[in-house]
Design a protein around this ligand. Structure first.
Ligand SMILES: *Cc1c(COP(=O)(O)O)cnc(C)c1O
Length: 416
């Protein structure tokens, strides 16, 4: 167990049951589950009253800075099930220069998830899914991916000694395909989009008995992603920011954070104030934005999805209604930004603040700028952007001026 010691025996977890997110129907804990009978995601429920008596914010403060510091609020029962690679608490990095320029008096913070194992926040969800799968006896996992989720699943499956099979669209960034393979998984390149890959996983599930680890099809990735909300609350002294910008694909993170805030309030750790939750999508793939604008509960499949921000190229999400519910209940909104604005934002934050975001993270910055301009975010507000992966995992624009040794160098020009 990575740098967190329990006092022996099973973990004091407080899971009571699982619940269908659509119908509220109960399902027993400690059994393998996929979707509910209604075909919707299952949510893990806890005895929050008992939990709040067993754990205090003070006790928490003394623990190591890893996501396992919240283990009472997580579903794993046995320490030996945990397949950790060192899931550090990620820093909140302020962007003071940009905030000074754009939002006088406001605070702009980036939760930098690129520091997690495998370089993306998919590690949070997959460490939980794989740990629970191990606990419940799974030996063979499969998933569709745009890259980062597959990499995280491959890594944790390798760690757990399980077999992993991954399907990605054939234009998935090379680095993702290769890291998946390096981490021991079988990886297939499919001439379609992520939901086409999802159909193949569902067939393999029937044919070969793989455990299907697609987004929201098993209950525990949400619990892992929930730790983003727990960390954020704790890092801000149990105060909520005014607004959170989240690059939304399948929506696990926004659903998980919204769940975290509800649980923290039920435990009496935060008040009723909530951040406005902002769904950020790319203009070339914005099903949630369209559904939000039309006041709909579900989002039909987006045709011809395209954007270079691969992590948010998700044409259809099984948890659409949960994403839209969080946006509406929080008084937030959904916003699309085009690839040009994403690329501009990517360069701007890197050059001005020294923080190399991933394109999806840059999308949240572009959305923040647009929302400041149209008044949906006020300059004095505290805003949090999610940078979900290391910028180093993405192909960057070519750069570098050749210099020939022995030739005369015009030093004045180098001075800039
Ligand atoms: C998966 C992913 C997203 C989308 O996250 P969801 O919680 O599935 O909506 C955003 N950015 C990156 C880099 C990702 O890998």
């Amino acid at each position: 167990m990575h740098d967190y010691e329990w006092n022996g025996g099973d973990l004091p977890t407080f899971v009571t049951h699982l619940e269908c997110s659509k119908t509220g129907e109960h399902y027993p804990a400690d059994q393998l589950h996929g979707l509910s009978k209604a075909g919707r995601p299952l949510l893990v429920r806890y005895d929050l009253d008992r939990l709040s008596k067993a754990l205090s914010r003070q006790a928490l403060a003394a623990r190591p800075q890893t996501m396992w510091r919240y283990h009472e609020m997580l579903p794993v029962r046995r320490p030996e099930s945990v397949v950790s690679l060192g899931e550090v608490v990620t820093p909140l990095i302020s962007l003071p220069r940009i905030a000074g320029r754009l939002a006088k008096g406001g605070e702009l913070l980036v939760k930098d998830e690129g520091r997690l194992p495998t370089g993306s926040f998919k590690a949070r969800g997959l460490v939980m899914a794989v740990s629970m799968a191990k606990e419940l006896g799974v030996t063979n996992m499969a998933m569709p991916t745009n890259g980062n989720a597959g990499a995280a699943m491959a890594a944790y499956c390798a760690r757990a000694g399980m077999k992993a099979t991954v399907f990605c669209p054939d234009d998935t960034p090379d680095v993702n395909v290769r890291e998946i393979a390096m981490q021991g998984a079988d990886v297939y390149l499919v001439d379609g989009l992520i939901d086409d890959c999802g159909k193949l996983v569902a067939e393999g599930e029937k044919e070969l008995g793989w455990f299907n680890c697609s987004t929201l099809r098993e209950p525990y990735r949400i619990e892992g992603k929930k730790t983003m909300g727990l960390e954020l609350a704790e890092q801000l002294g149990w105060e909520m920011p005014d607004v959170i910008f989240y690059p939304t694909g399948g929506g696990t993170g926004i659903i998980g954070m919204w769940k975290a805030f509800a649980e923290l309030e039920a435990m009496g750790w935060i008040g009723s104030k909530r951040p406005r939750m902002v769904v950020v999508q790319a203009a070339g793939c914005a099903p949630m934005v369209k559904a939000w604008e039309h006041g709909e509960e579900h989002a039909p499949r987006w045709q011809d999805a395209h954007t270079f921000a691969a992590g948010i190229r998700v044409p259809q999400a099984v948890g659409d209604f949960l994403i839209l519910r969080a946006v509406r209940e929080s008084g937030g909104f959904a916003i699309a930004v085009d690839d040009e604005a994403i690329a501009r934002g990517w360069r701007e934050v890197a050059a001005e603040e020294g923080l190399l975001l991933c394109p999806e993270g840059a999308a949240t910055y572009a959305a923040y700028c647009a929302a400041l301009a149209d008044g949906r975010v006020k300059p004095g507000e505290r805003a949090v952007l999610f940078n979900c992966a290391s910028g180093l995992k993405y192909p960057m624009p070519p750069a570098g001026t050749p210099l020939k040794l022995g030739s005369t160098i015009d030093w004045k020009r180098l001075q800039g």
